[in-house]
Design a protein around this ligand. Structure first.
Ligand code: SDX
Length: 431
């Protein structure tokens, strides 16, 4: 963040206030309003944070108009095709692509942290079998500080690093256990001879009764889905993690807060809601009916997987996901998948409709991901847990970054108060 020579002038009741401007390495400049209330006695007002930068960061940059997503400067399409998830984790955590030796050490470290404390298995048994796996993940991750107290002191950089590795390593194990519990199958332990994505598929789909070999094509597709969801600047769940962390809460509690926020259908829950919507549409000839409902202001229905707060052009992740959907379904021999046909025709018709063009609504990361995940054998209830698993490295990287600013303080927004002004208590007999 560099001070710009420019200032912004604000005039209130004839009095002028000069506000400094700060320059980014790329993207919009910002007006530094940190001293505004002290100097002018006014707040700014931005309930959805549509024009507000909550922090400075060096991790991820999004250009919503150009459909650009960079992780530490590297475009997402290059990372999705040339890198793999644990290398992207290293990049997000440490800022640079690792050397071969650095990558080997990092992957070995993560691999050796994938098991969870055996006593944590009891947590799962406290849930109903039909509990949504996201409910289980919020509960189990929140409880991790009770088992990993030796990496919960956020003032200790080494403990912060160990907690980071533990979160990235154990999230697939917890997600897979939540899935196994929901279908009444025994938990499957992680294996150190499998890579990160293959290990997750093995923990989800193998059973003790027979050998299970992970399809390398599915493992590659899984790994790419993890990469495409890894981080995304200051989205709602990442902002939740940052705000929780600003009070000094331990990293496991902060990530549990992020999981809870991601669950909502306007955010990470959209991948589940999108596939359920595509199935409700069911056939190409019903698409116009649903497009009409999405445009009807009196109908709360929205096209799930469409639209984005930042992307007012295509979501580059959706482009990669769409290619991957074609590849995976072809490789699985799932010809003419009706849901994929509906999705492609819905995208075509929506993008030709002036309503969506005017409001700049395009498919987002959640539009095609569910089609791949279902083809891989996951129920819709596992779509958001997989998003949470993937996003853990983003939450943790952004959480870690906060400690690099010694001046960082507790986040405490103000408000525009519209309630009753001061008045005296009235006894009940006088009301
Ligand atoms: C994710 O922030 C991130 O980075 C999130 C994410 C990440 O990686 O972390 O990218 C992941 O959450 C992707 C988004 C997943 N959500 C969905 O697919 C749910 C459907 N989409 C919408 O609910 C909506 O588009 C949001 C929530 C994603 C964005 O909402 P905004 O930016 O607050 O936009 P808005 O609600 O103000 O909508 C602007 C206009 C409105 O019409 P008007 O009031 O101006 O007349 O567009 C309309 C909306 O009604 N609109 C839609 C629509 N999305 C917006 N109309 C129909 N269908 C939709 N999907």
């Amino acid at each position: 963040m560099t001070d710009s020579s420019k200032t912004a002038t604000l005039t209130i009741d004839g009095k002028k206030y000069e506000l400094p401007m700060l320059s980014p390495s790329v993207g919009p400049e910002v007006i530094d309003i940190r001293k505004l209330y002290a100097e002018a006695g006014v707040f700014t007002y931005d309930p959805g944070y549509t024009s507000t930068a909550s922090c400075d960061s060096t991790i991820t940059y999004i250009d919503g108009d150009e459909g650009v997503l960079l992780h530490r400067g590297y475009p997402i399409d290059q990372l999705a095709s040339k890198s793999h998830y644990l290398e992207v984790c290293y990049l997000l955590l440490y800022g640079e692509l690792p050397t071969a030796k650095e990558l080997e050490v990092f992957e070995t470290t993560i691999t050796r942290h994938t098991m969870i404390h055996e006593q944590m298995h009891n947590f799962f048994r406290g849930f109903r079998r039909d509990a949504h796996p996201m409910a289980t993940m919020v509960g189990v991750v929140g409880a991790m500080s009770a088992f990993y107290a030796d990496s919960a002191d956020v003032s200790d950089p080494r403990q912060r690093e160990i907690a980071s590795h533990r979160m990235i390593a154990k999230m697939p194990t917890i997600a897979a256990m939540a899935y196994k519990y929901s279908i009444g199958q025994p938990f499957v332990y992680p294996r150190n001879d499998l890579d990160y994505a293959a290990n997750f598929l093995h923990m989800c789909f193998s059973v003790p009764a027979e050998d299970f070999v992970v399809d390398p094509i599915l493992a590659r597709a899984m790994d790419r889905i993890f990469t495409l969801h890894a981080d995304h600047e200051q989205n709602a769940s990442t902002s939740t993690v940052r705000l929780a962390s600003s009070s000094g809460a331990n990293p496991f509690a902060c990530v549990a807060a992020g999981i809870a926020c991601l669950w909502g259908p306007a955010h990470g829950g959209a991948n589940q809601a999108c596939l359920e919507m595509l199935k409700e549409i069911g056939a190409v000839d019903r698409i116009p009916e649903f497009i009409a409902r999405a445009k009807d202001k009196n109908d709360p229905f929205r096209l799930m997987g469409f639209g984005h707060r930042v992307y007012k052009n295509f979501d580059p992740r959706a482009t990669v996901m769409k290619q991957s959907a074609d590849e995976v379904l072809d490789l699985l021999g799932i010809e003419n998948n009706p849901v994929l046909q509906v999705a492609k025709e819905l995208e075509k018709q929506a993008l030709e409709d002036p309503y969506f063009a005017e409001k700049k609504l395009f498919p987002n990361v959640d539009f095609y991901s569910g089609i791949i995940l279902e083809a891989m054998g996951f129920p819709t209830s596992m779509f958001t847990p997989i998003f949470a698993l993937s996003r853990t490295v983003g939450w943790i990287s952004q959480w870690k970054e906060q400690f690099s600013d010694p001046a960082h303080k507790i986040g405490r927004p103000r408000q525009l108060y519209l309630g009753a002004t001061m008045r005296s208590y009235v006894d009940v007999e006088d009301r």
